[in-house]
Design a protein around this ligand. Structure first.
Ligand SMILES: Nc1ncnc2c1ncn2[C@@H]1O[C@H](COP(=O)(O)OP(=O)(O)OP(=O)(O)O)[C@@H](O)[C@H]1O
Ligand SMILES: [Mg+2]
Length: 238
């Protein structure tokens, strides 16, 4: 169980997250939805523990353990992973070496992970993870790397961004695969097709949980209300 209790976070005297509580269990899929700039990625960074995203108030627990002050590397060691909205590139490293940074990982597993993200291993294993790899290909390599990590909790920040529409099925398949293996998947998304894969969703507005509950209900509300909301990011006024 991963728990956020009344988390507040501000940056340059800007209150970005204004008291958020959330609960995530392993082996379940959760959606985080909301308009641009409401704080979704920030929540992901806070859970992952990026150094610039230490909370001002509130606590984070991994099972019974208080991890509020735990650095990112220790959170990673304890099974928390993040798929970035914009993955980085590593000049000069091959896809194969990048995915086998953890020496325990076998080539067969790497090939299987590449197959899962629809990248043919024969074509991609020796490609470099640099500018010549397209944004979508890079993102797929990053998804393969998250699969290989086998995390307890994976935050996927807009897994479909930069990926062609044909690959939506792939993302949905990956989410199912992770869930079956017992990973708690927290998926930040604007896409209905992905959000409805989750069993429970949080709708974020202006740094707060505006609504939470069964995903079909939350997604319906989001589509109907937030898409046309003229007061983007003003939850207090609603
Ligand atoms: N370093 C910073 N300094 C000041 N404001 C920031 C900083 N980082 C983020 N913000 C602001 O915090 C708010 C939340 O940003 P965040 O990236 O979490 O939004 P988001 O919900 O992920 O949006 P999107 O759907 O566009 O990805 C935005 O208004 C953003 O401009
Ligand atoms: Mg974002």
């Amino acid at each position: 169980m991963l728990t956020l209790e009344n988390i507040k976070y501000s940056k340059n005297s800007n209150d970005i997250i204004k008291g958020i509580s959330m609960k995530f269990e392993e082996g379940k899929v959760y959606g985080i939805v909301g308009n641009n700039g409401v704080g979704k990625s920030t929540i992901g960074y806070i859970i992952m523990g990026l150094s610039d995203y230490r909370v001002n108030e509130g606590e984070i627990f991994l099972n019974e353990r208080n991890i509020t002050d735990m650095p990112i590397t220790d959170r990673a060691k304890n099974g928390i992973s993040l798929l970035w909205q914009e993955p980085a590139r590593f000049e000069g490293m091959s896809v194969k070496n990048y995915l086998m940074l953890n020496k325990k990982i076998k080539l067969k597993e790497v090939e299987k992970a590449l197959d899962l993200v629809n990248l043919e291993p024969d074509k991609y294993l020796n490609r470099l993870v640099d500018k010549k790899l397209s944004g979508g290909e890079r993102k797929k390599v990053e998804i393969a790397s998250c699969v290989l990590l086998n995390p307890k909790f994976l935050i996927m920040d807009e897994p479909d961004s930069g990926i062609d529409i044909m690959s939506l099925d792939m993302i949905v398949k990956i989410i199912d695969y992770l869930k079956e293996r017992g990973t708690g998947v927290i998926v930040i998304t604007h896409r209905k097709e992905i959000a409805i894969k989750s069993e429970y969703s949080y709708l974020i507005c202006a740094g707060k949980v505006f609504l939470e509950g069964k995903s079909d209900k939350i997604v319906k509300y989001y589509e109907k209300t937030c898409d046309t909301c003229g007061h983007i990011n003003y939850a207090e006024e609603n």
